[in-house]
Design a binder for this molecule. Structure first.
Ligand SMILES: Cc1ncc(COP(=O)(O)O)c(C=O)c1O
Length: 386
């Protein structure tokens, strides 16, 4: 039997969304939120614009890209882009886990698109991007949160493309460097790497994406909540802080607080460092583990944010899928009841295992300290499991 570890992670929060708050976070940080005021008042609008400007600075988004705050979190941002822009040319969608598969449903089943290619792989494996045609619009997820698999590079995206590249980057931005010039639409939400409140989506558009909105109107109806253009005129005001509908000013304040924290520790390079170190810590542990392996098959695709592990233990492998899921639930319950680690279970549609969020708000110390607890809980539950 493995001895129970003596030291717990001081901040044992490993959820893949909403993710851990930045170190030192307190409700007091929200005291200056613009509450009881209109979001369209001078002070309200200024606060929203500050958020847009700081996001641009930290993420090093090109000056000619537009940044907007839109309804319905990352899902809202991705779907409004797809529903507003697709249909002019062929569409390719690549997916390898739960959320990418959702976007392939929009393309494959929901939108009446004639010329479409849906490329799906199973958890752990990236699709083959090599036959991608740059005349088509392309949709993909930079980091597959529920598989722990990220793209290796953007070399397969042409600089001279005719189509648009729409990228769901919600579990990548702020922990991975983005190749902005290869992307025309980028989306994310505050509840991921920033560890802020879930509320609104961020939608970033290249000049080419704006050109699409001004030269093409889809044949299907677009509800107000998705409308990025009116009579082929780009709805520019959304991208200078005039949101489509009412945002939560408390959530805006929380996202600003995370951005200020990000600047205070050194910006994007340090954010990426923290997260890559988290992956390194887990990789070193996996290298000597008899129990766990990565769900990602190719080490070059390993995510530094959503770090997904599956048991390689032959005893576990012999369990049927219901038992696997039940067993891992019990392991995670043990971690929670000992206040050693919360929300470490893999996503409901992914293979049973452990998912450690290693995004930039999770300190290296916390990741280091949770690993012996995972070994201990696994061993304990296995010894009593029938
Ligand atoms: C890759 C990806 N896309 C989309 C979503 C949905 O995000 P939201 O709840 O912010 O809409 C998630 C949530 O985990 C995600 O990981």
């Amino acid at each position: 039997m493995i001895n129970k570890p003596k030291v717990k992670p001081p901040y044992p929060y490993f959820s893949s969304g909403p993710c851990a708050k930045p170190p030192g976070w307190s409700l007091k940080n929200l005291e200056n939120a613009v509450v009881s005021r209109s979001h369209r008042s001078k002070v309200g609008l200024e606060r929203i614009q500050e958020l847009i400007n700081k996001s641009r600075d930290i993420l090093q988004i090109p000056d000619d890209y537009h940044i907007g705050i839109v309804p319905a979190s990352d899902t809202g941002a991705v779907e409004m882009a797809m529903w507003s822009m697709l249909g002019q040319r062929g569409v390719e969608v690549y997916s390898w886990e739960n959320f990418g598969h959702d976007w392939s449903i929009d393309v494959g089943d929901q939108l009446p698109l004639e010329n479409k290619i849906v490329q799906k792989t199973d958890y752990g494996v990236l699709p083959d991007f090599s036959s991608s045609n740059s005349d088509n619009d392309i949709i993909f997820t930079w980091n597959g949160t529920t598989a722990g698999v990220r793209i290796k590079n953007t070399e397969w995206i042409s600089d001279d493309r005719k189509g648009l590249v729409i990228c769901d980057a919600t579990s990548a931005v702020f922990s991975m460097h983005m190749d902005w010039h290869k992307l025309d639409v980028v989306t994310y939400s505050w509840q991921k790497v920033l560890g802020s409140e879930a509320a609104h989506g961020m939608l970033i558009l290249s000049p080419r994406a704006v050109e699409r909105l001004e030269s093409y109107t889809p044949p299907w109806p677009i509800p107000k909540i998705f409308r990025l253009a009116n009579n082929q005129k780009f709805a520019k005001a959304i991208f200078s802080g005039t949101t489509i509908n009412t945002p939560s000013m408390l959530s805006i304040e929380d996202a600003l607080n995370s951005l200020n924290w990000a600047s205070s520790i050194g910006g994007i390079d340090e954010l990426v460092n923290i997260s890559e170190n988290n992956l390194k810590i887990v990789s070193d542990w996996v290298a000597t583990s008899d129990t766990f392996e990565f769900l990602a098959k190719d080490p070059e695709t390993l995510s530094c944010t959503s770090i997904c592990l599956i048991p390689k233990d032959p005893w576990f492998k012999d369990l049927d899928s219901e038992k696997k899921s039940d067993f891992m639930k019990k392991v995670c319950n043990e971690l929670e009841s000992n206040e050693a680690g919360y929300d470490l279970n893999s996503y409901k549609t992914a293979p049973s295992g452990i998912r450690i969020w290693g995004g930039s708000t999770v300190t290296n110390e916390n990741v280091k300290l949770v690993l012996p607890w995972i070994d201990w809980a696994y061993d304990l539950v296995k010894s009593n499991y029938t």
